[in-house]
Design a protein around this ligand. Structure first.
Ligand SMILES: Cc1cc2nc3c(=O)[nH]c(=O)nc-3n(C[C@H](O)[C@H](O)[C@H](O)COP(=O)(O)OP(=O)(O)OC[C@H]3O[C@@H](n4cnc5c(N)ncnc54)[C@H](O)[C@@H]3O)c2cc1C
Length: 317
């Protein structure tokens, strides 16, 4: 007989880890966490620069932690170590390298389907974040240039001439960090930043003033070409520049198709529907973390969602 879990958690980021730990502490016994990467916290691993400062009150948004996890300011590395410890301390079933493809509900039991296996559970939390599918530019990226084009910081090294594309906090934070070891230009298609938090905006202008990085505002990219193995970037102001690497940080999108396959409904503005307990229209199916936030998610917010959901699941028993 296949085991029926009390709770299956999809996504091993802060929301998923939070749910796992709170569930164990508050008395849910049979829990499984499924993560498509080869380890937990893929967003932190892939999108945070090494040694990046991690703020609990991210972007100045003060968030009181409501659960048992004592998450504090730190760095990328200390945050990953802390999550490692949390997961090590509890005996929790984990399935890494396993991407959930869809969820079906049959009577009161959910079937969670991955490429390799199927699992059954009474409750499911989807905590897959929004970084899984980074936005890509509309123009074509020549295949020969792909090794020199990034959508995260995976292959970045030092002493490269880099173009960072984007006007949000991720682009700014990448640019600030990378400019310490590389020559960085930050390109934003608008004349002014309008989505940066105060700290990032201040540092960006300071660095620009001190020529630690260069701003190229109000111009958009028209075309990328291969120039002797490097990236020739043609801008719409008629100029071009050659870079070792181009990094796009132009946001990520909610994986709507995946959520639909899981039985999540959407409102007329294409926002996933869930109530104050983060429960979707399908009873027992919850959304947590960035996927349940319009904008401005954070680790602390994801941990709080997790606590709230677990308390709600326990109340329904
Ligand atoms: C550059 C950058 C800097 C940031 N700095 C901070 C900061 O200093 N402080 C802070 O509080 N927040 C910061 N954030 C925001 C923070 O990282 C997010 O709010 C937080 O990670 C959200 O957690 P989550 O669990 O909802 O999603 P994620 O952390 O995105 O985790 C989702 C997980 O689900 C997995 N997954 C996705 N699809 C599937 C699937 N189908 N099957 C199985 N697994 C799947 C992914 O691999 C991933 O591991 C930053 C974000 C970025 C991009």
């Amino acid at each position: 007989m296949q085991q029926i879990y009390d709770l299956v958690i999809i996504g091993g980021g802060p929301g998923g880890i939070g749910a796992t730990i709170e569930a164990k502490l508050l008395g849910l016994d049979k829990i499984l966490i499924i993560e498509r990467g080869n380890n937990h916290s893929q967003t932190i691993r892939k999108f945070y620069k090494d040694n990046k400062r991690v703020d609990k009150d991210y972007k100045g948004k003060v968030t009181e932690l409501t659960g048992s996890i004592d998450f504090k300011d730190g760095t990328k590395e200390s945050t990953l170590d802390y999550f490692d410890q949390l997961l090590d301390n509890d005996e929790i079933d984990t399935e890494f390298n396993s991407e959930v493809e869809k969820i079906k509900k049959d009577k009161d039991i959910f079937q969670i389907i991955t490429a390799r296996a199927g699992y059954m559970s009474k409750n499911v939390i989807i905590a897959i974040g929004t970084m899984g599918k980074p936005n890509k530019p509309d123009y074509k990226i020549p295949p020969s240039l792909r090794p020199r084009i990034n959508f995260n910081l995976d292959k970045c090294s030092s002493s490269e001439k880099l173009l960072m594309v984007g006007g949000g906090n991720s682009a700014a934070e990448y640019a600030i960090e990378l400019s310490k070891t590389n020559t960085v230009t930050l390109n934003y298609r608008r004349d002014k930043f309008n989505r940066l938090n105060e700290i990032n905006e201040k540092i960006i202008y300071e660095y620009n003033g001190q020529e630690k990085l260069r701003l190229r505002m109000g111009t958009d990219i028209e075309l990328l070409e291969n120039d002797k193995g490097l990236v020739k970037v043609n801008f719409n102001d008629g100029y071009y520049t050659i870079y070792d690497r181009v990094i796009y940080a132009i946001g990520g999108t909610t994986p709507i198709d995946f959520l639909k396959l899981c039985g999540i409904s959407f409102d007329k503005n294409s926002k996933p529907e869930f109530d104050d307990n983060f429960e979707s229209k399908t009873k027992g199916l919850y959304l947590a973390g960035d996927i349940a936030v319009q904008s401005g998610g954070s680790i602390a917010i994801a941990l709080n969602h997790a606590r709230h959901i677990i308390e709600h699941i326990l109340k329904q028993r």
